[in-house]
Design a protein around this ligand. Structure first.
Ligand code: ATP
Ligand code: MG
Length: 337
């Protein structure tokens, strides 16, 4: 089947504010937020995008929804190249592809009633006013909010869990086919997270959504996504079925991530990684592997040359000079040498 999302060579750099010395030297420092990333997502598939703070997850999500323009590379969603989209095609894309924000206050205007927040996307999409209430009822039911009493309320009159359901409802009210959920439960109490996560799993199944679920939390990604892509400083370093990646992580960074989470729980805080000291600084990524400064097993090639993301059996991919692709004739399991 054709991919629903097709990303090739996706790259985003941001200019960094310069210090005086850099201005004097005529330097123009940049942050490589996303570095030449390639992936496909099948229709109806949910993929987790996992990585620590600053690795480029949100930037990737915003690029996929055309909320940002890439510095290089291409994105096609549902067969449409995003670069050329304009006019009615762009409007259709904006209906089909939605962002679920981490913070309800980024998604909901505190001065608008819930009814007004939910109808705003309908108005923007040119849906006749007579249909709004029916559509709102349908979507409230989908997010398990009974009745329409809440519609007249304002965000500050609601609990975190209710608000996050409304944020979901707002993203779903136009019946999108593609959703990017960026840390959608990280602001919630542990007690209400499970309810929202269950709801998201259900919605993925019943609506057949293609979804990317962004998180720094392996346990959450594991809960909602059968496939996981791991990012490190703008690079995709590993990709594969979530359970396989957890059972047998191939990239040294993924191995460190998994080792830091002996028993994935729903509330996994940011445990320290057992890595060489150093910081993940997107401004200091050189020509080689993004992870080389912290990698416990790096060799000379890792500084000199960026490892390509290679295909392995079982739908897995990894970008590491120490992992060899098995020779075609030998059906051996990949191993770190
Ligand atoms: N508008 C911007 N201008 C300059 N730099 C930016 C901008 N947006 C993001 N960056 C930088 O790009 C890198 C990736 O940021 P991004 O927000 O995508 O990371 P993230 O993985 O979502 O992190 P977090 O887990 O903290 O949300 C960071 O170094 C960040 O500082
Ligand atoms: Mg982010």
């Amino acid at each position: 089947m054709d991919a629903y999302v097709r990303v090739r060579g996706l790259t985003k750099t941001f200019a960094v504010r310069r210090g005086l010395a850099q201005v004097m030297r005529g330097e123009h420092p940049v942050v490589h937020a996303v570095r030449s990333v390639d992936f496909d997502i099948a229709p109806g598939e949910t993929v987790g995008l996992l990585g620590e703070s600053g690795c480029g997850k949100t930037t990737t999500g915003r690029l996929l929804l055309k909320l940002l323009e890439p510095s290089a590379g291409s994105i096609a969603i549902g067969g449409r190249e995003l670069a050329g989209l304009a006019g009615t095609e762009l409007m259709a894309f904006r209906r089909d592809a939605q962002f679920v924000f981490q913070n309800p206050f980024d998604a909901l205007n505190p001065r608008l009633s819930i009814a007004n927040s939910l109808s705003e996307p309908l108005v923007n999409a040119g849906i006749p006013k007579a249909e709004h209430l029916d559509r709102m009822k349908v979507v409230l039911e989908r997010v398990r909010i009974r009745g329409t009493d809440l519609l007249e309320r304002y965000p500050h009159e609601m609990s975190g869990g209710q608000l996050q359901r409304i944020v979901l409802a707002r993203a779903l009210v136009l019946e999108p086919r593609f959703v990017v959920a960026d840390e959608p439960v990280s602001m919630l109490d542990v007690s209400v997270r499970a309810g929202i996560l269950n709801l998201m799993r259900e919605l993925q199944d019943t609506l057949g959504l293609t979804a990317i679920y962004i998180s720094h939390d392996l346990a959450l990604v594991r809960y909602v996504a059968r496939r996981t892509m791991v990012m490190y400083l703008g690079s995709l370093v590993e990709d594969g079925p979530t359970e396989d990646v957890i059972r047998e992580p191939l990239h040294p960074y993924t191995r460190a991530l998994i080792a830091a989470v002996p028993q994935p729980r729903v509330d996994q805080s940011r445990a320290p990684l057992p890595l060489r000291p150093g910081t993940a600084d997107a401004r200091k990524v050189g020509a080689g592997c993004a992870f080389v400064n912290r990698c416990p097993v790096a060799i000379a090639a890792c500084t000199a040359e960026r490892p390509p993301l290679i295909d392995l059996p079982g739908g897995r991919r990894v970008a590491c000079h120490l992992v060899q692709a098995p020779r075609a004739a030998v059906a051996a399991e990949p191993v770190l040498s």
